[in-house]
Design a protein around this ligand. Structure first.
Ligand code: ADP
Length: 270
């Protein structure tokens, strides 16, 4: 039985990702990395958490292994399992073991989505033991200093069922993310969509107004990601209102009344 060969190199970020810092998050993350402390990124969807991790990985010159967590995610999915290849049982490291072995950064996106018993596997990795038990192989991996664990979660979706346990959260340095300030967000949208500044600013205005609807029944306002989608459509020649309808309004809600409110917002700006 041999350890299946997985390519760590394909997780390396070779060109500098565009990331506009919003505060001291990079300085804190660098310090956390230097001290072997894991990171918890809190914030709504599409506000820049993944991009931040990509930038950090690039800067630290570590491969970045990202796992989107879901409620079927098992410990085996993260740590690894035996597969039968040509009649032989071959061990395949899961993303977490792969990252630990290679001193990479492992980013577990939306950690609360994972089953509670799966989350527990990161506990010994996320404290000063920095160990990953690979039970099926009777192996205990000790993370090298280059390894970093990062997880994200969206406190906006918090419910009793989907909350991070204190025993998990109290292992992390937590960075709070939110949508960037209007000026920064316009710059990001203009840059990512290749859009002129004035239109980007107007998209950000639309977003700010949708975020104001959070108390009126909208679960989440428009994210920076949605603005970039709308911006790309506009840049490609789609009419502004249509672009906002399909890339901002429709993804946010299915309720006719809410959709009407969102489209009204769009017509007040464009
Ligand atoms: P999250 O991981 O929080 O769901 P992402 O990191 O995927 O969100 O952000 C969505 C998009 O918004 C990114 O692909 C990027 O284009 C843009 N973005 C958000 N914040 C920034 C930032 N600070 N600098 C550069 N791009 C950003």
């Amino acid at each position: 039985m041999s350890v299946g060969q997985q390519k760590i190199e394909e997780h390396r970020i070779t060109s500098e990702p565009y990331y506009l810092p919003r505060g001291d998050e990079l300085a804190i993350a660098r310090m956390a990395y230097a001290h072997g402390l894991p990171l918890l990124l809190k914030g709504p969807t599409g506000c820049g958490k993944t991009r931040f991790m990509e930038y950090l990985a690039w800067e630290l010159q570590r491969p970045l292994i990202t796992v989107s967590c879901h409620d079927d995610l098992t410990t085996g999915d993260l740590v690894g399992r035996y597969l039968i290849r040509g009649g032989e049982a071959v061990w395949m490291d899961g993303p977490l073991a792969l990252a630990v072995r290679n001193g990479a950064i492992c980013y577990l996106d939306e950690i609360v989505e994972a089953r509670k018993d799966t989350t527990v596997v990161i506990h010994p990795l996320a404290d000063d033991r920095r160990e990953l038990p690979v039970e099926k192989r009777g192996e205990l991996l000790t993370a090298p200093p280059e390894f970093m664990l990062a997880v994200s979660y969206n406190p906006g979706y918090q419910s009793v069922l989907k909350d991070l346990k204190q025993s998990t959260r109290q292992r992390f340095v937590a960075l709070e993310f939110d949508y960037p300030e209007a000026e920064f967000e316009s710059e990001i949208v203009a840059r990512e969509a290749g859009l002129e500044a004035a239109t980007a600013r107007n998209l950000v205005k639309v977003a700010a107004m949708t975020r104001g609807l959070k108390d009126s029944g909208l679960q989440e306002g428009a994210s920076t990601r949605l603005l970039i989608h709308a911006g790309k459509l506009i840049k490609g020649g789609i009419d502004r209102r249509t672009a906002c309808r399909v890339a901002v309004c429709a993804p946010l809600s299915d309720e006719p009344e809410m959709l009407a409110a969102l489209e009204e917002i769009v017509s007040s700006v464009f």
